[in-house]
Ligand binder design. Structure first.
Ligand SMILES: Cc1ncc(COP(=O)(O)O)c(C=O)c1O
Length: 454
């Protein structure tokens, strides 16, 4: 009997069960396809803090889906807004046409954003937000008559999605190795992750701000007149939760400002309450020039990405004679009506339930809870900020990433918990509606998982 048919047999067939007919046809992204298909982890329903498998197992969501469902799952106001929108206006062309909610949403996001970000450019994902921000940065300098400013600077272990621009400025070698050409003239700062100096830091580490000097060195070498922008995640998420050292981001900002280099914050993960504020820019009190958003923008319900744009940048394009096209960039689904409706409903829900403030208030409890895992076998670091946490594991010799992957499987099947793993790091980022008792449960489930995983 095939794995699939034996699994199907094991599930109750009461109509609510919907186990798929075929696993082979789907090529799963960023996945161990062959391993998964031998013993699939299927989730078919979600509500609040939980996912449910086709057989009805309740899975505690420790990662807000994939860092995105900040309001929890299948929340009624968002679901209703999407339904209403689908009935009223299913799609509207975005080029030279508008629909009301795209303007309402951009106004709303501008109100939430730090001062000066009065313009929004929409795409459909974090990768597209990054791609759009990089293009806006490069074309801004052309508009200003400074065409030599073409160099982009990213950071090692940065993740900026999977498009060619984002992978170029991103700092993950493996994401480049399978492919050929990338953007030329891209350099990378060092990452700030250093276990000798920063292990078990609670909140922002004390060591590492001096690494910003590398930017000064790059400027000296390449000339600020040739550098367009620096892009960083305020807190790097996808490469294992790397918390910025104290003063690091301020210093980066100052060097950029002093040298007329744009600073792009990729807030695809840190936006919408993850750190207890609307944006990390607000949390750290640092104003970049462009901010990339996605995920929590509509609590992960409909694909959407966005770039918040400072007035100075937008005006560089608009304070000129009228053109037929101001920016040669955009997407069929930019500001899709369903995504906009979902976002307006999600932002209202965040406000109505005070979810960002809730995350802020829970962050100390969260910190204590996850640091209680110190001392468990294979644990070599624990770190946290806001409602983000990570537990780093000693890799199995010769098999990097395998231990964390085993933890993911063990947690799902035996502790009914959804985790995210990256490298040998377990990343945690629960929906902002999490209760203290559920934090305790999550940490207990992870503890048992770690005790039971080789
Ligand atoms: C900081 C950051 N930027 C960009 C992306 C890419 O987003 P998407 O997967 O929606 O394209 C991610 C995804 O995790 C991210 O964490």
């Amino acid at each position: 009997m095939s794995v699939l048919s034996s699994l199907k047999k094991a599930f109750k067939s009461d109509g609510s069960q919907n186990f798929p007919n075929d696993l082979e046809s789907l090529w799963m992204p960023f996945s161990a396809n062959k391993h998964f298909k031998k013993n699939p982890r299927i989730i078919s329903r979600a509500k609040g803090m939980y996912y449910y498998t086709p057989s009805g197992d309740q899975i505690l969501d420790g990662v807000a889906g994939l860092w995105c469902c900040n309001a929890g799952h299948s929340r009624k106001p968002i679901v209703e807004a999407i339904k209403r929108q689908a009935e009223e206006l299913d799609f509207a062309p975005a080029f030279n046409m508008g629909h009301p909610k795209s303007f309402q949403l951009s106004s709303k996001l501008s109100q939430m954003a730090p001062k000066g970000f009065n313009h929004v450019f929409f795409g459909n994902s974090g990768s597209e937000a990054v791609e759009s921000a990089l293009k806006i940065a490069l074309s801004y300098w052309r508009e200003k008559g400074q065409e030599s400013k073409k160099i982009l600077i990213g950071r090692n272990r940065g993740y900026h999605g999977t498009n060619f621009g984002g992978v170029s400025v991103g700092g993950i070698e493996k994401n480049r190795a399978q492919f050929n050409k990338f953007l030329p003239e891209v350099y990378h700062l060092s990452d700030t992750h250093n276990l000798d100096k920063n292990a078990y830091s609670k909140g922002q580490p004390n060591w590492g701000d001096e690494l910003t000097n590398e930017l000064n060195v790059m400027i000296e070498k390449h000339g600020s007149e040739n550098i367009a922008a620096v892009i960083v995640e305020p807190v790097a998420g996808s490469t294992g939760v790397l918390i910025p050292p104290k003063n690091y981001l301020n210093k980066l900002k100052k060097i950029c400002s002093d040298n007329k280099i744009l600073l792009i914050f990729d807030e695809v993960i840190t936006g919408f309450g993850r750190l207890g504020k609307s944006f990390a820019s607000e949390y750290f009190n640092i104003t970049p020039d462009l901010i990339c958003l996605a995920k929590g923008i509509n609590s992960g319900t409909v694909p959407m990405g966005a770039v918040l744009v400072q007035d100075e940048i937008y005006n560089a394009f608009m304070d000129k004679e009228e053109k037929m096209i101001d920016l040669f960039h955009g997407y069929t689904y930019s500001a899709h009506p369903l995504a906009c409706a979902a976002s307006l409903a999600a932002l209202k829900l965040y406000e109505d339930e005070g979810l960002f403030e809730r995350a802020n208030k829970l962050s100390n409890y969260w910190e204590d809870a996850i640091h209680s895992l110190k001392g468990l076998r294979n644990v070599i670091d624990i770190r946290n900020l806001g409602l983000i946490g990570a537990v780093e594991l000693e890799p199995i010799k010769g098999k990097p990433t395998k231990r964390a992957y085993n933890v993911l499987c063990e947690a799902f099947f035996n502790q009914k918990t959804l985790l995210r793993v990256t490298g040998d790091i377990v990343a945690l980022s629960p929906p902002l509606i999490i209760e203290k008792s559920q934090i305790d449960q999550l940490v207990e489930n992870l503890k048992i998982t770690l005790q039971q995983t080789e």
